[in-house]
Design a protein around this ligand. Sequence first.
Ligand SMILES: Cc1ncc(C[n+]2csc(CCOP(=O)(O)OP(=O)(O)O)c2C)c(N)n1
Ligand SMILES: [Mg+2]
Length: 560
Amino acid sequence: MRANDGTRTGGEILIDQLLAHGVRHVFCVPGESYLAALDAFYDRDISLTVCRQEGGAAMMAEAVGKATGRPGICFVTRGPGATNASPGLHIARQDSTPMILFVGQVAREMREREAFQELDFRAVFGSIAKWATEIDDPARIPELVSRAFYTATAGRPGPVVIALPEDMLTERVAVPDAPRFEPVETSPGAAEMRRLGDLLRQAQRPIVLAGGSRWSEAAYASFGRFAERFALPVATTFRRGHLFDALHRCYAGDLGIGPNPKLVARVKAADLIVLVGGRLGELPSQSYTLLDIPAPRQTFVHVHPGAEELGRVYHPHLAIHAAPTAFAAALDALQAPPEIKWRAETEAAHADYLAWTGQATSQPGAVNLGEIMVWLREHLPAEAIVCNGAGNFAAWIHRFFRFRRFASHVAPCSGSMGYGVPAAVAMKRLYPDRTVVCVTGDGDFLMNGQEFATAVQYELPFVTLIVDNGIYGTIRMHQEREYPGRVVATELKNPDFVAYARAFGGFGAAVGKTADFGAAFDAAQKSGKPAILHLKVDPEAITPATTLGAIRQKALGERR
Ligand SMILES: Cc1ncc(C[n+]2csc(CCOP(=O)(O)OP(=O)(O)O)c2C)c(N)n1
Ligand SMILES: [Mg+2]
């Protein structure tokens, strides 16, 4: 509270800046280094989620940034808190997500002595964050926090780290709040849009790839209309499936890990590729084999909000420096050609997508994850949110789940394990009325399974599927391919996950065969508690397309 002389503590000024910028949710693990900031939450209207490990807290903040396009906010203590939070920062960087990590710091007069838990945060986070700084003067909090919001969202979004010396947070000064920030939406120029229209008129076989961040409901809707009017096939890049309705008749499929070979062939055969919002990194580019570097053979149009990404890897024939939101709005003014040469191609692309994802493949074992994904896509409401981390289990989500709404998939493009549970906690905090389903591997779950306690503490009823194959499956798959039969460090002895769920105060049930899944899922939802469904899958079922044994045999055969 402001004292009679108009002063506030640094901690109060800081939390007031969050309110000024429209922050509703903050995720933290407390520390004595930022008590004065914590205290300011006591009488301010902002929801604070206390977590069990900073990795979880930072991923929750990242998930909020991903889903809303505004910076997700996380508070952690100095040294160990900050280093624990680093996975969330790394995801924010690779996934181009706006987030701000506030870190406690030793008192100003103790700096540079390597005081208790002291770190030089500018140096430690310099190469992960877009900007890492420390606030020395409480009078500059409004200025520097405002800059953090702009920096995190501007151009290609990413993480910002702000260290807060302990004594700075208790010092009192009189200073006004900053005005509310709004993300800067870079608009495309009229000349670039005309040129795009020309290129589309000249094209025979165009394809659009949607990716990256900075999208919105409005951009999603405009983009859908544009695809419809131009009958353009649209593929989404790795873990950005939520950018286009899977049942839109222009949807050509998911360009990520294990994509439909027909989609890959289509991209290669296109004469015009329009990449909107994304970077076409290692995974969607199929290990940089899709386009020639630096000069793609196809006419390549790159639309990106970060100027430094244009021409960074692929030479663009037309570079459009624009945020997807502003670009999508400008598309409404683009005239479609009277006759569309590629209409049949687009219909074929969508038919290929439907065929590729139509039915689960047959698999060894009594629980078929493909059939479970088909069940979920048929039974979940369209606005349900799916969260997951990394592991081969995710291949079934990418192949068989059909995302129908913007921001309905919250998952790490960076391939970081342990993301699903924190992301689900964050989504349920943000959207209590939406169904949230978390899909994890047995390895993946226990990287941040402690946040199941947070779900119980805040009474967040989402359902977590633990796909238990008793192995770090992805690594075992690579191991069998590169070193067949030589199993090292990929086997797991798992706890009883049903007992785990119940011990935490949640709902737990085991699913031993596919046919039992629907009833178990319904029971989990009816419990009204955070729930875990323990799916015992056969480790042989390593991808929707092949088995571990087949990979091993093939590798051994190649060696003979
Ligand atoms: C934080 C982190 N550590 C390690 C890895 C390397 N890695 C990728 S997938 C994987 C195994 C995932 O195992 P699990 O969650 O059981 O899923 P499965 O592949 O068995 O379905 C590992 C160790 C990673 N991606 N992220
Ligand atoms: Mg596993």
